[in-house]
Design a protein around this ligand. Structure first.
Ligand SMILES: [Fe+2]
Length: 248
């Protein structure tokens, strides 16, 4: 397994991941421009920038398979959530996880599979949405075992996915759970149009009811964010709140 570390790339919008013994020692990850504010975060004091379990060749092979699996589940005619969810939420959470991982010192080998799979239970059976974090954790571990992950890694990813519901502190729950749970919250703030649509189409709420539901969600998530994330999340929070404003 390769040991690697993250460093900011020479160009804004990229982060280099280096592996000492990998056949392709440097991999650059490009981020969407809308997330670029996060890249200006000072990560020089991040306590642990080592990627402990990131096996580049395994993840490069497995992440597209996991994305395909989740996208297919979203597209399934039996899924109440529907295909928009994959693009507007799952991929957005994955992008935020890549950006927040250096801040929390989170292990991408745990966080990225968890980001892709964290809502799988709600996608496959929306009637279980209230318990989707717990059921999803079980499903996540099963999927990873089926795809060659070690038992230890499957359990770690599963535990991370289970803690995604609201932003949790790294000191109590670990850097991976903190990273994913903050990424999930930021994704909800970054896509107000989608979540207002979700409130109506998926949750069956009326316009005002749906707007109130989304506003409450955003305020709750904002109140739970770790202080170091709030400065970079503030524009996203304002964007979400503005989308909820009623016409005077
Ligand atoms: Fe989510």
């Amino acid at each position: 397994m390769s040991e690697g570390y993250l460093s900011e790339g020479p160009n804004r919008g990229t982060v280099a991941i280096r592996f000492s013994d990998a056949p392709y020692p440097i991999m650059r990850l490009a981020f969407p421009s809308e997330m670029s504010d996060l890249l200006s975060m000072d990560i020089s004091n991040t306590p642990d920038r080592t990627i402990r379990s990131y096996d580049g060749s395994l993840l490069d092979a497995i992440l597209p398979i996991l994305r395909n699996l989740v996208e297919a589940a979203c597209r399934d005619p039996g899924s109440r959530i529907g295909s928009d969810f994959f693009r507007e939420h799952v991929l957005v959470v994955e992008d935020f996880c890549r950006q927040l991982a250096p801040l929390f010192g989170a292990d991408l080998g745990i966080v990225l599979p968890a980001a892709i799979l964290h809502d799988i239970s709600a996608i496959e059976d929306f009637s279980k949405v209230a318990e989707h974090h717990t059921l999803g954790a079980i499903r996540t571990a099963d999927i990873l075992r089926d795809h060659g992950f070690s038992e230890e890694q499957a359990v770690e990813v599963s535990a991370c996915a289970q803690l995604h519901l609201v932003p949790v502190p790294s000191g109590t729950y670990g850097p991976e759970a903190a990273c994913l749970s903050h990424a999930d919250a930021l994704s909800q703030m970054a896509r107000p149009a989608y979540w207002l649509h979700y409130a109506g189409k998926v949750r069956g709420l009326g316009f005002d009811e749906g707007r109130g539901w989304y506003r409450s969600l955003v305020e709750d998530r904002w109140s739970r964010l770790t202080d170091s994330v709030k400065p970079v999340a503030k524009p996203l929070y304002r964007k979400a709140v503005d989308a909820c404003e009623a016409r005077q």
